[in-house]
Design a protein around this ligand. Structure first.
Ligand code: BES
Ligand code: ZN
Ligand code: ZN
Length: 490
């Protein structure tokens, strides 16, 4: 977790070298004004801000010398009122652009204590760079302070630190090259990192997976020289009110298997373990926050490779819950590993199951790269939507049309994993497939509250950084999951 000192304070610091004050700029070019602030800006009064290159364009930033070696960073605050998410974005843009300072002071308007911590959270999220844990790339930044009259409790500040650190750790795992991060090494990272934490970890190797009838994970992993793993992580606080189960797709590299992907579509498939990284870091964040909610996370880890031992199209496999699947497309592998994970989670009869997966290219086609899709039972979808809204994350409710189930009919098994020759509603069809593995038994007892998050469009940002989203792995929906858990602990 980051060691940067974080605070919200009303105390104006003494100006000195190494510190920067971030001030908001609004207005038209000929009439730029500084947003209400508290530090002394007399030295700026005589200056033509427009001539200095300052602008109200959201996130634009210029530096102007202040007193005693301190620096003013004038950041464009746009033309609308600063809400929680725009404060996160300004915090992030400033942190990204103000490399090299020891102390950053945000002097932006904040209406309440939540505004103040959003700026902190944004700064931590925006300051992320891949590999920053390496010593050589160490940043000089020692403290971030938000100047505000609103008093913010220590635990609220710590919550921001925990959330941002967890998102950044998801990013770090996902950005790791696939020759370094594979099922066994991922499982070892989990075992090592959680040694002193308030969670227990069970790692199922191939033998245990066979004994436990995890036929989906085994079938996907059997083409790889690197065997699959299922990692189960449990957080069981004494005063738990509810039980949340999280299931993550953890394909450490997706070649497509025998239904191999074309070269251009294969690049980037190291991101296919984002769901597992997300449910891993989410449970650690929930445990660090000591929320009174029981959580069980399942990381379904496999490498999808083509080889002489790989699963073939037309193979019939058996999932943990006893249902058989005819594999028609080995590239639709995520739903096979999730089927095992959802079956196992259902056995615990939790109050809510959420799965997270970079499941379908169709998600990106339908919703683009900023909205994650959510499907599932009405109550679970509402809980996710509310939590996402609260976190400033974008999700969009998509349907699970019952009539689509017939497209997965096959003569040789209970269900097929894909519809060959049709891409219609690909994201929805994947959700319809998953639904078959939610609920405890083959006969299907009660309706288990369940939400499926398809983050194939949002997990990776191929373009330039924006807001608090860096290039590469985004760490999307982690904050939403933690917010769901917070909702369940009230
Ligand atoms: N991992 C991919 C989905 C994906 C695509 C994620 C692009 C991120 C970016 C998944 O395993 C896959 O290949 N899905 C197939 C399903 C199809 C064969 C039914 C797809 O989307 O084409
Ligand atoms: Zn695939
Ligand atoms: Zn995949």
């Amino acid at each position: 977790m980051t060691n940067i000192k974080l605070s919200v304070s009303a105390k104006i610091p003494d100006s000195k070298a190494g510190i920067v004050y971030v001030l908001g700029v609004s207005g038209r070019p000929e009439n730029l004004t500084l947003l209400p602030h508290r530090v002394d800006t007399k030295s700026l009064e005589e200056l033509d801000l427009n001539a200095l290159g300052a602008s109200s364009k959201f996130e634009s930033l210029v530096r102007v010398p202040g007193q005693n070696g301190a620096v003013f960073a004038l950041i464009g605050a746009g033309h609308e009122e600063l809400d929680e998410d725009s404060l996160r974005e300004l915090g992030a843009a400033a942190a990204r652009k103000l490399d090299g300072f020891k102390e950053i002071f945000f002097d932006l308007p904040s209406e309440d204590d939540r505004d103040a911590v959003c700026t902190l959270e944004g700064a931590l999220l925006g300051g992320y760079k891949y590999g920053s844990k390496d010593k050589g790339k160490k940043s000089k930044l020692a403290s971030i302070t938000v100047l505000s009259d609103h008093s913010v409790s220590k635990s609220t500040v710590e919550r921001s630190r925990i959330l941002a650190s967890s998102v950044n750790q998801v990013r770090e795992l996902v950005n790791t090259p696939p020759n370094v991060l594979y099922p066994q090494s991922f499982a070892k990272i989990v075992a090592d990192e959680t040694k002193d934490m308030d969670v227990s970890v069970t790692i199922l190797d191939e033998k245990a997976l066979r004994a436990g009838n995890f036929g989906g994970i085994l079938a996907v992993g059997q083409g790889s020289a690197r065997p699959p793993r299922m990692v189960k992580i449990e957080y069981s606080p004494k005063k738990a009110l509810k039980h949340l189960a999280l299931v993550g797709k953890g394909i450490t590299f997706d070649t497509g298997g025998i239904s191999i992907k074309p070269a251009a579509s294969m690049v980037g498939m190291k991101y296919d373990m984002t769901g597992a990284a997300t449910v891993y870091q989410a449970i650690l964040a929930i445990a660090a926050l000591k929320l009174p909610v029981r959580v069980t996370s399942y990381l379904c880890l496999a490498e999808n490779m083509p080889s002489g031992s790989a699963t073939r199209p037309n193979d019939v496999i058996k999932i943990r819950n006893g249902k058989t699947v005819e594999v028609l497309n080995t590239d639709a592998e995520g739903r096979l590993v999730l089927a095992d994970g959802l079956s196992a989670a259902s056995e615990l009869n939790p109050d809510l199951i959420i799965d997270v997966a970079t499941l379908t290219g169709a998600a990106r086609v339908a919703l683009g790269e900023r909205y994650s899709a959510v499907m599932g039972t009405a109550d679970a979808v509402s809980a996710v939507e509310a939590a996402a809204f609260d976190s400033g994350e974008l999700v969009w409710h998509m349907p699970l049309p019952a009539e689509m189930r017939a497209r997965l009919d096959t003569d040789v098994a209970d269900i097929a994993n894909a519809k060959i020759g049709s891409t219609a509603g690909g994201m929805l069809l994947a959700g319809v497939f998953l639904k078959e593995f939610v609920g405890s038994s083959k006969s299907g007892a009660r309706t288990q509250p369940w939400a499926h998050l398809d983050i194939a469009g949002t997990a990776n940002n191929e373009g330039a950084p924006y807001g608090y989203t860096p290039k590469g792995a985004t760490g999307v929906v982690l904050r939403t999951l933690v917010s769901v858990a917070e909702g369940m602990s009230r």
